[in-house]
Design a protein around this ligand. Sequence first.
Ligand code: MOS
Length: 692
Amino acid sequence: MTSQVTPYAIGTALQRLDGRSKVTGTAPYAFERVVDNATYLHPVQATIALGQITAIDTAEAEALDGVITILTHVNAPRLASTEDRELAVLQTDRVSFRGQLIGAVIADTPETARQAAGLVRISYAQWPHEAELSSERSDLYTPEAVNPSFPADTDEGDVDTAMSAAPVTLDTTYTTPLEYNNPMEPHTTVALWNDHELTLYDSTQGAHTVRTTVAPVIGLDPERIHVSAPHVGGGFGSKGIPHAHIVLAALAARTVEGRPVKFALTRQQMFSLAGHRTPTIQRVRLAADTDGRLSALAHDVVEWTSKVKEFAEQTAVPSRNVYAAPNRRTSHRLAALDVPVPSWMRAPGECPGMFGPEVAVDEMALKCGIDPVEFRARNEPDVDPETGKPFSSRHLVECLREGADRFGWHHRDPTPASRTERGWLVGTGVASSIYPTLRAVSTATIRVEAADHYRVDIGATDIGTGTWTALTQIAADALEVPVGHVDLRIGETAQPEASVAGGSTGNATWGTAIVEAARALQDTHGRPPEIGAEASGTTPNNPETERFAMFAHGAQFAEVRVHADTGEIRVPRMLGVFAAGRIINPRTAHSQFIGGMTMGLSMALHEVGVLDTRFGHVVNHDFAEYHIPTNADVGDIDATWIDEDDPYVNPMGAKGIGEIGIVGAAAAIANAAHHATGIRLRELPITPDALL
Ligand code: MOS
């Protein structure tokens, strides 16, 4: 057991400490940084999916007043490493996807830069490209591993034999579409190159990640790169891995050395440059006895990656841990296409990967004549089915049962299409959620500023999640002082190295480092430590991971109304019940949960990137046509949690919560839509035409 922090500030609904500066517009976001003598960058993007640049004519663009310089592969500084092909901008005449960065105009104003970029004439030799995903492709391959390092395939027992022996079976295919991260703040960076030092005010999920990724690409010692990201307007994974625009900004800054370069991607540019979620095709096979006990569970996934760089979404991975079944199989097959590079999008893997199986489980429950909540409870494993280790804590069934009570599940007539209210078909649905409890490595320092007043430094990031507040609470409890006695500083590479805000690892990782630093301070300097005393702490390896499987769990409930005449679909009610260890701050945690659930609603009903395969181009690359929910689309959405005491995960007993809210939400809605209408929806998003 890890020695636990006594919760005092932890568990209180402290208001966001950064709230006032955000709502008064004084919180410094990257693009708003006040810098002297700024220049502005507007990129030139490829208009073909595959080929070669044969000629570039910049004469007209250069003639514009206020244009400082135009960079292309012909004149751009050479990079030190082109190994990461996503980041190797302007190094060759090769075009590998439509929207690729192939030039940059740097000008005195953003308007001039944009106008000039439109005047750069590019000629191409175009080659035939491939942008169509199908499970019939002959070039599907097995990746060496899936994100981040899971085996691509697993196989235990004999699924085929179990399928032929079982009285109830299901063999069905589900699809999720191409989806795009759309944080409110676009990807922005302000780059200043001065005497072999590069400063980046960047909208990122990890200041140190930007430094360590960019350093070898541009050939600077990491210590000479300074990244600042105290406030970030969302990322959902798209700012977790640095993308090519940061390198372009750095090259531009080097070219106009001494003058800052401001670069904000437009919403449209984000659709080719900020990553995306691969479309997925998921074959799910289930076998069960008539009591609804699963004897086989197979999840075989086909998805895409880019020829530029592989990103293999771990879509089938959650199927390895959710339900007991003696015969299990998972696989991932990829098509490498001439498309932009996919990347993390909130709960990569778990989010799409809990759609197919959670709809399949609903179908099986119905086939067996068993309530879907009860069906899931019957397949609750005693230990993690994948590793055989016990769970450090697991309350999935409790989440399902408590959710069912709170939601009013038991009044439901299980017969599909059995309830109509004034022309609306009404149904309810459920799904499970699961997300791994992981942690990375970070370092924190604590310094005694005055009697009982502490400054805490760690290069963590707050992407809107509440890090400023939650880490202050953790530090206060670790130091046994009120929160007002803690001065937390985050978001800078000048601070001790911290891990990326990703994989729902933030609080667990950074909080553990802070607790370690507080303990070191007290062990070395006594209690209370004298003014000026300082200590640091680093997240240690957690030996308990050898003994336990660690996951957060949840249950998602949704009510759906479908208009009998028009197929219009509405979700008046959603409830999530989660078990995620100790909740550090109920206010920010509630926001995280319902934010994830809202994004799940978005996945269920709205989001789809429409790719015109002839051009390798997403035609709906803006908010007018790539739909996300408005307030009017979101009904009564609530999340709650059950108290879970987990002494093994970290000194706070807290599991990550940034991603689990989205997991399973779309399946609950699809299952509710089936209950309302009797129409089984196996393809996202669910649109009215599918319900008529
Ligand atoms: Mo999250 S998609 O791991 O930033």
